[in-house]
Design a binder for this molecule. Structure first.
Ligand SMILES: [Zn+2]
Length: 283
């Protein structure tokens, strides 16, 4: 699915992948497979940013029930002016826009959030933006950066996972840095959005084959490989289970494959861990 942005990495993330499963009660990493030492590096957050932008907009007084119309668009037009879903999502409220990862909705939402306030919000969640907002081909607008279209906004995977878990569910994962007190009323639509993503949206692959409810958010990048003069899709997924009181969270990043595929891969990994008795769900 999603995210058509140029990741000008000169192929540096080729054949890189990472899977992490964390116990939200103990904070322990219960599974880790890191091909490429990604835990020590930074990865693009992509459309995971839409979760952060949603919270920041709610804190600015945005109404989650307000809808934005996402029209059909041509694949020849930039995603930033339209949506990755070229057929158009039609009318989207916040929960639907999170579930479908609607670019048009979030580009509209970004107009309501000052970039400085957004960067400060990320900083309060221990996600420090240190990278310049330009590359050789494109200068990224504040809106593009806030919806995850700027590939230079990268963070250590564990910090990214910790920030999402705290933002959406108020759960701490390893790291232990003090995080800001967040408004429960703003978290509620985020939780609904991530749940509905697993029901009908971009994260359905995480729900497939599970006998309990799950939630999650995907992101897809286009990684340009200049020496090959072509591009490949890369994807990221963060998921929680079981819903609505998650006991574990999972992060999957893969330089090959889109966000939907990473959601499916996360489901396969979780089912293997359950079958092997490595993790347990309280029924
Ligand atoms: Zn859309």
């Amino acid at each position: 699915m999603k995210r058509l942005l140029p990741l000008l990495l000169a192929g540096s993330l080729s054949a890189q992948s990472l899977q992490l499963v964390v116990n939200l009660r103990s904070g322990a990493i219960v599974f880790q497979e890191d091909c490429g030492q990604l835990l020590d590096r930074s990865i693009p957050a992509g459309s995971l940013f839409k979760i952060f932008l949603a919270y920041a907009a709610l804190a600015e007084g945005s109404d989650p029930a307000r809808t934005v119309f996402c029209p059909p668009s041509s694949p020849t037009l930039p995603v930033r002016d339209n949506c990755w879903f070229r057929a158009g999502h039609r009318n989207q409220d916040l929960v639907q826009a999170l579930a479908n990862s609607c670019d048009r909705y979030f580009m509209t939402l970004a107009e309501r959030v000052p970039i400085d306030a957004f960067v400060a919000f990320l900083d309060s969640l221990d996600l420090v933006v240190q990278i310049p907002d330009t590359d050789h081909n494109h200068e990224y607008t504040a809106g593009e950066s806030m919806v995850g279209l700027n590939p230079h906004w990268r963070f250590p995977p564990l910090k990214l996972l910790a920030a999402v878990a705290w933002l959406v569910y108020g759960r701490c994962v390893p790291g232990g840095n003090s995080l800001p007190i967040l408004e429960e009323k703003f978290r509620a639509p985020l939780r609904r959005g991530l749940r509905e993503a697993a029901v009908y949206g971009t994260a359905q692959g995480f729900q497939e084959g599970m006998d309990f409810k799950v939630s999650g958010k995907t992101g897809t990048f286009v990684r340009v490989i200049p020496q090959l003069e072509r591009s490949k899709l890369s994807g990221i997924f963060v998921g929680f289970f079981p819903d609505p009181e998650p006991e574990y969270c999972v992060l999957v990043f893969n330089a090959a494959g889109n966000g939907r595929e990473q959601a499916r891969a996360a489901g396969v990994r979780v089912r293997k861990l359950l079958a092997a008795g490595k993790i347990h769900i309280r029924r």
